[in-house]
Design a protein around this ligand. Sequence first.
Ligand SMILES: C[S@@+](CC[C@H](N)C(=O)[O-])C[C@H]1O[C@@H](n2cnc3c(N)ncnc32)[C@H](O)[C@@H]1O
Length: 363
Amino acid sequence: MRLPPAAARLLPAPPPARPGLWPRRGAARPPEQVENKTKGKLQKQICQVVLDHFEKQYTAELGDKWTSVRDVLTCPSCWQYAILLNKFSQSAELENTLCVEGYHPAFQGTLPYLPRSLKCYISRTPRRFPAQKHQTGKLKEYYLLNAASVLPVLALEVKDGEDVLDLCAAPGGKSITILQCAYPGQFHCNEYDDLRSRWLKQTMESFIPDPLVNLITVSKLDGRQIGDFKPELYDKVLVDAPCSNDRSWLFSSDTQQAKFRLVQRKELSSLQFQLLRSAIKALRPGGSLVYSTCTLSKAENSDVINLILKSCTNVMPVDISEMAKAVSQEFTFLSDTQQHELLVLPEKGKAWGPMYVAKLKKI
Ligand SMILES: C[S@@+](CC[C@H](N)C(=O)[O-])C[C@H]1O[C@@H](n2cnc3c(N)ncnc32)[C@H](O)[C@@H]1O
């Protein structure tokens, strides 16, 4: 890895972050995610306003499929968690334990890109392996995540030495997945939100050993401006965009806030479009980007990508259907999508997603 450029620190200060504008994926117990104690057990409560909204929108967009997706989204006890092993803190004992407990490697087919160093275990039964606590000076052995979160990283196909930008990186799940796959030349992880940026740094420190972690640039810029600050600098860019985050939004505890988000939701596609435009600017010609969200919403997925393809003549779609085919045993995809995109639909026993992934190449 090359030394991180100090340039990020010299850049003009980003406009103030707008905390709370969008629901955040993977946030540790966001305030809206209430848990009520019922009969001594922790139970999440569904927000009816959001469910009603989803019923209308997703019945129109997904048809019959919505019923089975809704059954998973509204049933946290059906949710599954994958275990991403940390190659920097390998433990044969952990792999043995996982196998004894009925876990198996998630990605076994002949994928177009599957580094041997990437090890992700899943189990068909919905259960959660205990999370590891952050301990200063000690690397964690694994990271719990939605197995569908690995797909954008596999689609990005990062090779050793490539310059990579993770535009919306906190809390860092995909950044550390990228580092399980390859050693980028330059690795720039960006997160606009101050608090989440600190969380991102902590994730990196917990998973990546000292000499490497110091070579990763972590910045706190507005991703919409990075393309202007760093034009044509990267071989690969991941845009894991802020989105409606269907799973967490469904469990909003504050109905007023949930209603407010219904209004704000309309602004998200414009933000996503601007992030993508910035990512395209930041790419070298010949470089590629992956766009991902964890919502089923067409307005934040295909519509955004179609608009980019229409308005930016210097990008073309990249076929990712081979990858989708290779993992179709473990994931359920929406049919009739285009070759450059996929949408993972959660299903009982394969409760992964929602996750939309699209890949583009800069000409
Ligand atoms: C879906 S989350 C990213 C999850 C992360 N990639 C992971 O795998 O752990 C989207 C992130 O984008 C951040 N974000 C929102 N607006 C942004 C902007 N304008 N520029 C950069 N990041 C932004 C949010 O704070 C949030 O942390």
